[in-house]
Design a protein around this ligand. Structure first.
Ligand SMILES: [Zn+2]
Length: 492
């Protein structure tokens, strides 16, 4: 057995801090009226302000500021009563002004926190600050052989930067934190959190140190992680790289590294800039922002139910299993759908089962999601009521009625479909007895197996009966009648 020593980096502790950039989903940019819409032809959403033309003046987007306040409050931050804008100066082709309007020494929010759940344990992660800034444009390399194009549609889009304390200790914690942030922002409806399109991005600062050491070692920054999985795998790779450096007696140099999701490799880009490299100074064209208690209270009032509160409600009020409740809160629209079904009279458990399991195979086959299927929660609730009332069985609801509802894109109610297609289940005992007798007569081998003690063949025989009744037999009538007949055979 090897003994851990300070010189053995394989046992060292990892320190991770994340900087999350989230694009606010306003219709217009932070300091001009240009559209923020994604995926349009390059440079079609630009004006003198976001092109950085001389003499143009920025005007703050009030909606962006309100969204930012909401996000900071949901992240348990303290809001500043006085906040201002600063210029962060650097040259890059996607930044026509040669400076980015950001916030430096007086961000609008500080000292927040967010709880993450991992392996059944809760951990509180500190949030150092949240500030507002504008996004830069985008360089297009692939489309221009031998050169690069600049698309300034994104230039000036509002971003919030959320900086965590160096509280994260493992790549899995970093991922859980990133997912928790995304969930909060999605619930607040302030960011669509589409990492592939870049509306949610993340940089990680990573260092390692002997467990008994109090001071931090030099950190390196990883950029360009555009999925939750990549956040985790890039940090795993970075830890390996740093351990190797220390093991070989080298020193880690503060630098910025780029993650390549395809190869899983990290490449060092440049020595990391210090804040002083940016020559920050107050933005002279925008007035500072003062915030009253009334404004803060108003922002607080716009915060809707957050993931944690919804999880507790689904478990307590709806009596759902924690695992099901978790699935339903992971995607806000699924929880919204459940609430709407319950409001329309469905029982919470049946509605939850319907959303999580019964409807899924049909929706997956058609590459649809339940909220975009055209079938409303009220219509799904009506469908479940038909099952509850014994008019159709669950299999018919799932395999016949729901697909027909999807075909009609919500234009036909479940009851109408059941009537039109004659799908009401057969509960008539005469018809069912006839079907069972037919099956028993034709399945001599299975019947003999049962008589010889193989109880499990009941299920196979039940399946045959259902098939004989075209799947529309009432299981509550069929099963007891079948069992009774079989027991009689065994006894005789
Ligand atoms: Zn503009």
């Amino acid at each position: 057995m090897s003994v851990a020593t300070a010189a053995d980096p394989s046992t060292w502790e990892t320190i991770i801090g994340l900087e999350v950039h989230a694009q606010l989903n306003t219709h217009t940019k932070l300091f001009c009226g240009c559209s923020t819409s994604f995926g349009d032809p390059p440079n079609t959403h630009t004006c003198p302000v976001c092109l950085g033309l001389p003499g143009s003046l920025p005007v703050m987007n009030g909606t962006a500021f309100e969204m930012a306040l909401k996000a900071a409050l949901a992240l348990n931050c303290r809001l500043a009563h006085f906040t201002k804008w600063d210029r962060k100066n650097y040259y890059y082709p996607d930044l026509p002004k040669n400076y980015q309007i950001s916030q430096y020494d007086l961000p609008f929010a500080t000292q927040g926190w967010l709880d993450i759940e991992l392996d059944g344990a809760t951990k509180r992660i500190g949030i150092t600050r949240v500030h507002l800034e504008e996004d830069a444009g985008k360089l297009l390399h692939e489309e221009h052989a031998g050169g690069s194009g600049v698309d300034l549609n994104r230039a000036g889009t509002p971003l919030i930067e959320i900086v965590s304390e160096p509280d994260l200790r493992t790549p899995a914690e970093a991922r859980a934190y990133m997912e928790a942030i995304a969930k909060v922002l999605e619930y607040l409806d302030v960011c669509d959190c589409n990492m592939q399109e870049g509306s949610l991005r993340c940089d990680a600062n990573v260092s390692i140190r002997p467990r008994e050491q109090a001071a931090f070692n030099t950190r390196r920054e990883i950029k360009n992680m555009n999925s939750f999985r990549f956040v985790e795998s890039a940090i795993i790779k970075e830890i390996e790289d740093q351990k190797r450096i220390y093991r070989e007696g080298g020193t880690v140099i503060q630098s910025t590294r780029l993650f390549n999701g395809q190869t899983g490799e990290l490449r060092t880009l440049r020595a990391k800039e210090e804040a002083s490299d940016y020559r920050y100074f107050p933005e002279p064209d925008l007035p500072p922002v003062t915030l009253s208690e009334a404004q803060i209270a108003r922002a607080r009032g716009t915060i809707t139910e957050l993931p944690e509160a919804r999880l507790a409600r689904f478990i307590e009020a709806y009596q759902l299993a924690p695992k099901d409740a978790q699935t339903l809160i992971d995607y806000r629209h699924l929880g919204d759908y459940l609430d709407a079904m319950v409001q329309a009279g469905a029982t919470p458990k049946a509605a939850a089962n319907w959303i999580i399991s019964d409807s899924q195979s049909v929706l997956n086959d058609r590459k649809l999601s339940i909220e975009s299927s055209g079938v409303t929660p009220v219509q799904c609730a009506e469908l479940l009521k038909l099952v509850d009332a014994g008019i159709i069985n669950r299999a018919t609801a799932k395999d016949k009625v729901f697909p027909a509802m999807l075909d009609a894109k919500g234009a036909k109610a479940a009851g109408v479909i059941v009537q039109e297609q004659g799908l009401a289940q057969v509960s008539d005992s005469g018809a069912i007895e006839l079907a069972i007798d037919g099956v028993l007569a034709g399945e001599a081998k299975l019947v003999a197996d049962y008589v010889n003690g193989k109880d499990a063949v009941v299920n196979a025989l039940f399946g045959r009966c259902m098939k004989a009744l075209k799947g529309q037999g009432n299981p509550q009538v069929i099963r007891p009648m079948l069992e009774q007949k079989l027991q009689k055979l065994r006894g005789s």
